[in-house]
Write a protein that binds this ligand. Structure first.
Ligand code: G1P
Ligand code: ZN
Length: 543
């Protein structure tokens, strides 16, 4: 086994985005591409020597090959030990948990989350720090700087390590421990929720479908839902992870998980249904006859989490990303707890969770989580819902209706314009920026603009400042439009327009979302000229 120093050159564009570095799989498979980035991870964190890391991914195409490269590079750089999921699989929340539980120096997660997988689709690499959460911006900036000056990387010449069986191996002096990817995570869930109550719910005939979307959560869901909680066999759909996710988008929303939505809206609806994404950190919640928006789900969970043993002491505080609807703010207000508004991306919750300022946090993009790990966690959200339903005896629909009766309803939708010309999208955002100061007082379909600004976040813990985090326009009465460009896309630019309207008149709590948001949608066009900038007459994806 020989250690090699390979000469290389900086590769442009290796800047981690909202959630690690995501590129087309073929780009990652190109000469030196993965190696350059992995070496830059080591360089950005002060080297790998003597350190222990967790490694795993969502099983998409190139997952195991990339894992083998990372193992050889870790060994060549003197890492002490790598804990890797069997077959190089780990869901993102399970990886976060292992990083924390085993007190490691961090971990590498191979995933492009909900983006499709395959040789012509997407791949990604993300580094998480010792708290289990995504590396914060100062760390990712150092990695990016390292990519720009890199001249060589270290790698071992060796055969592939057998990752198919649980056990220990040695590679160039480094220990490799192959672990069951599910077990530690399942044990953690058992400490948070009352499994007996949920088991009794299923035993009483409660029915559920969980769509794992051919992605990594399948084995986790089967183990926890069907074995531990004894939900009926067949509760988990599409439960075998596949490298191309069965050819679909493993994104748990009404577009990509439409069959599940159709099921709960049809005559054979189960009592409850849910789905998760490629790497298991996102979730979608459905009940018979009802779709729960992620923003509403966060609010309902915040209002009821104390019913689960892991949260019986109440919540320290809550946090949501800025574009997420303000439904959870109303719960926080009623409970008298702190509510934080952070930029998009889970990494901004890490400090608040570490400092014990928040217990629950979430994003409109189907992400909900708590201080049990430092990532969002799809299956965790599903289990918390189940625990609350078991405890209250309510249906998902009734729980949601009661929530709206109590707090009012934040009608919400997100419009995505995908793969638009990057320069046009930038120009639109610049034009918006330049007229922000003139908007307040102007009248559009949604009413009079109360405030208009570009969101910047001052982290209350480390006092860092993150600027340029989205443009927000608030109307009298509380309706709101947010504009921002995605930081996870791999082609052109993706414009996201987030639309929200608040309603608390009891006779207006159940109108259609389209009707409730129509004025705010036309105002977004009036203010930003979306059609002209994108060349599209309608969004590519509406969630
Ligand atoms: C998107 C979501 C964001 C989420 C991220 C990673 O980022 O909007 O909430 O944290 O994926 O899952 P974006 O593409 O908008 O930058
Ligand atoms: Zn994900």
């Amino acid at each position: 086994m020989e250690k090699r120093t390979v000469q290389t050159q900086p590769i442009e564009g290796q800047k981690p985005g909202t959630s690690g570095l995501r590129k087309k799989t073929k780009v990652f498979m190109g000469p030196h591409y993965l190696e350059n980035f992995v070496q830059s991870i080591w360089n950005g964190i002060g080297g790998a020597a003597g350190k222990t890391f967790v490694l795993g991914g969502d099983g998409r195409y190139f997952n195991e090959q990339a894992a083998q490269v990372i193992l050889r590079m870790a060994a060549a750089s003197g890492a002490r030990k790598i804990i890797v999921g069997q077959n190089a699989l780990l869901s993102t929340p399970a990886a976060s948990h292992l990083i924390r539980k085993r007190k490691t120096d961090g971990g590498i997660i191979m995933s492009a989350s909900h983006n499709p997988g395959g040789i012509d689709e997407d791949f990604g690499v993300k580094f998480n720090i010792a708290n289990g959460g995504p590396a914060p911006e100062d760390v990712t900036n150092r990695m990016f700087e390292a990519t720009e000056t890199l001249t060589s990387y270290e790698i071992l010449e060796a055969q592939d390590v057998d990752l198919s069986a649980i056990g220990s191996h040695e590679l160039g002096g480094m220990e490799i421990e192959v672990v069951d990817p599910v077990q530690d995570y399942a044990e953690l869930m058992e400490t948070l929720f009352e499994f007996d109550k949920i088991r009794a719910l299923f035993a009483g005939g409660f029915t559920m479908k969980f769509d794992a979307m051919h992605a990594v959560t399948g084995p986790y869901a089967k183990e926890i839902l069907e074995r531990h909680l004894q939900a009926a066999p067949g509760t988990v759909l599409n439960g075998n992870p596949e490298p191309d996710f069965g050819g679909g988008h493993p994104d748990p929303n009404p577009i990509w998980a439409k069959p599940l939505v159709d099921l709960v809206m049809g005559p054979d609806a189960p009592d409850f249904a849910a789905a998760s994404d490629g790497d298991g950190d996102r979730n979608m919640i459905l009940g018979r006859g009802v779709y729960v928006t992620p923003s509403d789900s966060l609010a309902v969970l915040a209002a009821n989490a104390h019913l689960a043993p892991g949260y019986a002491a109440g919540l320290a505080g809550v946090a949501r990303s800025m574009p997420t609807s303000r439904a959870v703010d109303l719960v926080a207000q009623a409970k008298g707890i702190e509510c934080f508004e952070t930029p998009t991306g889970w990494k901004f919750f890490g400090n608040l969770l570490d400092a014990g300022r928040v217990t629950l946090c979430g994003e409109e993009s189907a992400g909900t989580g708590s201080d049990h790990v430092r990532e969002k966690d799809g299956l965790w959200a599903v289990l918390l819902w189940l625990n609350i339903l078991a405890e209250t005896g309510l249906s998902a629909k009734d729980l949601l209706m009661q929530h709206w009766e109590t707090y009012g309803r934040n009608y919400y939708s997100r419009h995505d314009y995908e793969a638009v010309d990057a320069l046009n999208a930038e120009a639109m955002m610049n034009a918006l920026r330049s007229k922000l100061s003139s908007l307040p007082g102007q009248t559009f379909d949604a009413g009079v603009v109360q405030s208009a600004d570009e969101f910047a976040y001052d982290d209350p813990i480390d006092l860092s400042r993150s600027e340029g985090q989205g443009i927000r326009i608030v109307f009298d009465g509380g309706s709101r439009i947010v504009f921002r460009l995605s930081g996870t896309g791999t082609v052109g630019a993706t414009l996201r327009v987030y639309l929200e309207a608040y309603e608390n008149h009891s006779d207006k709590l159940q109108v259609s979302v389209e009707t409730a948001l129509s004025d705010i949608i036309s105002s977004a066009q009036q203010i930003a000229g979306i059609r002209e900038a994108t060349g599209r007459t309608k969004p590519d994806v509406t969630t």
